[in-house]
Design a protein around this ligand. Structure first.
Ligand SMILES: [Zn+2]
Ligand SMILES: [Zn+2]
Length: 186
């Protein structure tokens, strides 16, 4: 069966009865037209294309809980630190992209630069979850019935306007983390 040594038509490795002149430019197997996939680098067999796609998802299962925890804890800490410079007011919003970039780098470090499509979402979600700890009591204090209970603990009157800053800060940070991990620089 060493026909392929000589010139002349090859036979598709999946469909031996089909003659072809095409070869996969990655594994060099003969492929027929229905097995060939045109990629930016030329014709490839379906196995190689599938293998290529798998490479984009290099994560291990533990990368997801790890990413969520690191993102949430760092987001929580950053928000805590932010309370000390809250006298800067809305000016602190410009720190959000910097903090987001820092969190993204930390996540990238703990997952050893492994990547997948879902990872940026998990990290962004972690950021939101970590900061929600601050936002939630504020939000609850706006519900009239609970105002008394939480009004004491949070020390005062919160209006919906006071949520603009924290919500803006959370969104800005989460979006930065998401895009950073997707490999897009803002
Ligand atoms: Zn191939
Ligand atoms: Zn074929």
């Amino acid at each position: 069966m060493s026909i392929s040594e000589t010139s002349g038509p090859l036979h598709c490795y999946k469909h031996p009865q089909r003659e072809t002149y095409l070869r996969c430019n990655n594994c060099n197997q003969p492929i027929c037209t229905s097995c060939a996939v045109l990629t930016p680098t030329g014709y490839r067999c379906k196995d190689c294309v599938r293998g290529q796609q798998k490479k984009f998802d290099t994560t291990r299962w533990w990368d997801y809980p790890l990413t969520a925890i690191v993102a949430a804890v760092l987001a929580y800490l950053s928000y805590t630190l932010l309370q000390f410079i809250s006298f800067l007011g809305y000016f602190t919003l410009i720190l959000a992209p910097l903090i987001g970039a820092g969190i993204a780098e930390a996540v990238r470090f703990v997952v050893r630069r492994r990547r997948s499509k879902a990872l940026p979402w998990v990290a962004g979600g972690g950021v939101v979850a970590g900061m929600l700890v601050f936002i939630l009591p504020m939000f609850i204090s706006m519900v009239p019935l609970l105002t008394y209970q939480y009004g004491v603990a949070t020390g005062g009157i919160y209006s919906f306007a006071s949520l603009i800053f924290p919500v803006g800060y959370i969104i800005l940070t989460a979006v930065t983390v998401y895009y950073r991990l997707k490999g897009i620089r803002l």
